[in-house]
Ligand binder design. Structure first.
Ligand code: HEC
Length: 105
């Protein structure tokens, strides 16, 4: 019985933690409007040398943002993205990825 109770507590904790990790599309929308829209545009389609981020899934977006934050070169203009990504928390990244993947098809 004790073991079962412990399992329940662990499952409840895991749920709380995964929720706290973000994936809050409303928060992502606010962050996008503040930090990303000027380059990637209202519909996520980019402009000139700023790429489209439409039609990507959340994992793709989150992976890219984590690479930029880690100062990894992804494309020729990664330096531009690094300066934005370094300000993002894990939660910001999860929120942005949820918003972008759900909104820009
Ligand atoms: C000053 C302009 C600028 C701003 C602001 C900006 N980006 Fe970018 N973004 C770029 C450029 C340029 C690239 C291409 C970088 C490269 O060559 O690796 C890029 C690439 C990306 C990619 C990868 C695209 C792909 O196809 O792999 C994602 C995802 C992304 N940006 C998301 C964001 C998010 C989210 C924000 C807001 C936090 C943001 N960007 C803010 C210019 C910008």
């Amino acid at each position: 019985m004790k073991a079962l109770h412990l399992l329940t507590v662990c499952a409840a904790l895991a749920l709380t933690v995964s929720h706290a990790r973000g994936e809050d599309a409303a928060a992502g929308e606010a962050q996008y409007a503040e930090s990303c829209i000027n380059c990637h545009g209202k519909a996520g389609r980019g402009m000139a040398s700023f790429p489209s981020i439409a039609g990507r899934d959340a994992d793709y977006i989150a992976d890219r943002l984590m690479q930029y934050r880690a100062r990894e070169m992804v494309g020729p203009n990664s330096a531009i993205m690094m300066s934005w990504a370094e300000k993002l928390s894990d939660e910001d990244i999860a929120d942005l990825a949820a918003y972008i993947s759900a909104t820009f098809q």
